[in-house]
Ligand binder design. Structure first.
Ligand code: HEC
Length: 102
């Protein structure tokens, strides 16, 4: 394949990939103010979520489930992911800060 075509194909693949995977939100000061949870805690929660919850299946977006549903899922996933109570709490705070309305 000609180099130029290869480059164009790579670009097309990149665009496709980014179109198919909506981003996991990055906590802002506005999230911290709205939830009363510090931005630092939300950021740690995000990191824990990415590091512990994507090894067996794709990461689910926070917007996908209600708070109640998230709390139930994390109750079970806590054992699968071998989390401490505190890690589970931080992950719950991160995902429920952008959860689907009940
Ligand atoms: C050791 C593997 C493993 C890890 C780590 C893991 N999960 Fe899961 N998860 C599963 C399996 C297997 C299922 C589907 C079967 C089930 O519900 O037990 C599942 C299902 C889910 C579902 C439900 C999906 C649906 O369609 O209803 C959610 C949400 C979820 N996991 C979130 C998490 C979160 C959050 C974490 C991190 C705390 C996590 N998972 C870590 C194995 C894992």
């Amino acid at each position: 394949m000609h180099y130029k075509n290869l480059k164009r194909t790579a670009l097309a693949v990149l665009i496709l990939l980014s179109a198919c995977s909506p981003a996991l939100y990055i906590p802002s000061m506005a999230d911290a103010t709205r939830t009363g949870i510090s931005a630092d805690s939300l950021l740690i929660g995000r990191k824990l979520y990415v590091n512990h919850c994507g090894s067996c299946h794709n990461l689910h977006l926070p917007e996908q489930y209600t708070r109640t549903h998230w709390e139930e899922e994390i109750y079970f996933m806590k054992c699968k992911a071998k989390l401490t109570e505190n890690e589970a709490k931080l992950i719950t705070q991160f995902v429920t800060a952008h959860s689907k309305p009940e």
